[in-house]
Design a protein around this ligand. Structure first.
Ligand SMILES: C[S@@+](CC[C@H](N)C(=O)[O-])C[C@H]1O[C@@H](n2cnc3c(N)ncnc32)[C@H](O)[C@@H]1O
Length: 262
């Protein structure tokens, strides 16, 4: 099974920026719970186009903010979006989250948003965050749980395809609920969490339909490996979009916000 990012596509940077304009994905609410008042060094892990890094550069003007991701393309895009001096001072560097090239006890705060479902070894990444944090440093993780699965009703055919994804896809779409327990295993002395359901109806449903058309379109190469053919991947995309838009259907995602203290 391929290890590339499931949504790898030349248009993924633009999609990530547009996604955060929608109410279910708003950053401000997600970052409110950060408890530190004056962190000096901050790492946004899996920063993509730098949405969180830019927000933190404004929120904590005294801090040195860094963004890390394995996509050079998204990091270049992130740099091009800087609008203030603080944002222009963000240092972006690339590599894999399983082995981040930075010394022990470097950061006061590590953020990681919408990344965990893509990780093959989330415990290893949390151990890496633990290594990189100063004593009493904090990690702030934002991740959905149940993406694609909390849709009702489901046809038998779509249900079978979703079960195949659950069993065979390298992405773990139920990872949100697992993060607090993994954090404890990784050695964090505290793990606090909250969860909020985001439902999609009316205008929000139409916006989410557009998001899912893009996500599922970008994920076709990976879904083709999961289902064994591109035809089945396209079939899944078509059925999912049709069924989420059926009158009377319900669709919701649970958003976990998890904070760990080293
Ligand atoms: C859904 S995007 C989220 C980006 C950004 N945090 C945001 O909130 O918009 C996930 C990002 O994680 C990165 N990523 C996924 N797995 C990674 C890994 N093992 N190492 C480094 N980056 C990774 C991808 O390249 C992608 O940019």
């Amino acid at each position: 099974m391929s290890m590339v990012y499931a949504l790898e596509n030349k248009n993924e940077s633009e999609r990530l920026e547009r996604q955060s304009l929608q109410s279910a994905y708003q950053l401000e609410e997600e970052l409110k719970a950060i408890r530190l008042t004056s962190p000096q060094r901050i790492l946004d892990a899996g920063c993509g186009t730098g949405l969180v890094a830019r927000a933190l550069a404004e929120k904590f003007p005294q801090a040195k903010v860094e963004g890390f991701d394995y996509s050079q393309e998204r990091l270049e895009y992130a740099k091009s979006l800087a609008q203030t001096d603080r944002q222009a001072n963000i240092h972006y560097f690339s590599g894999s989250l399983e082995s981040i090239p930075a010394g022990n006890e470097t950061y006061d705060l590590i953020t990681c948003r919408y990344v965990f479902e893509h990780l093959t070894d989330p415990l290893k990444v949390l151990q890496e965050f633990h290594r990189l944090l100063k004593p009493n440093g904090q990690v702030h993780i934002i991740n959905f749980d149940g993406l694609f699965f909390n849709l009702y009703p489901l046809s038998k055919e779509l249900n079978t395809l979703l079960e195949t994804i659950k069993n065979k896809a390298p992405a773990d779409l139920m990872v949100g609920r697992k993060i607090p327990s993994l954090m404890k295993q990784a050695g964090f002395k505290e793990a606090h969490w909250s969860v909020t359901a985001h439902g999609f109806s009316d205008e929000k449903l139409v916006q989410e339909q557009k998001m899912n058309e893009e996500r599922l379109g970008f994920a076709v190469p990976l879904l083709a490996q999961v289902f064994g053919s591109e035809t089945q991947a396209q079939r899944f995309k078509k059925l999912y979009i049709e069924e989420m838009m059926q009158p009377g259907s319900t669709l919701f995602y649970n958003k976990f916000i998890v904070q760990g203290v080293k």
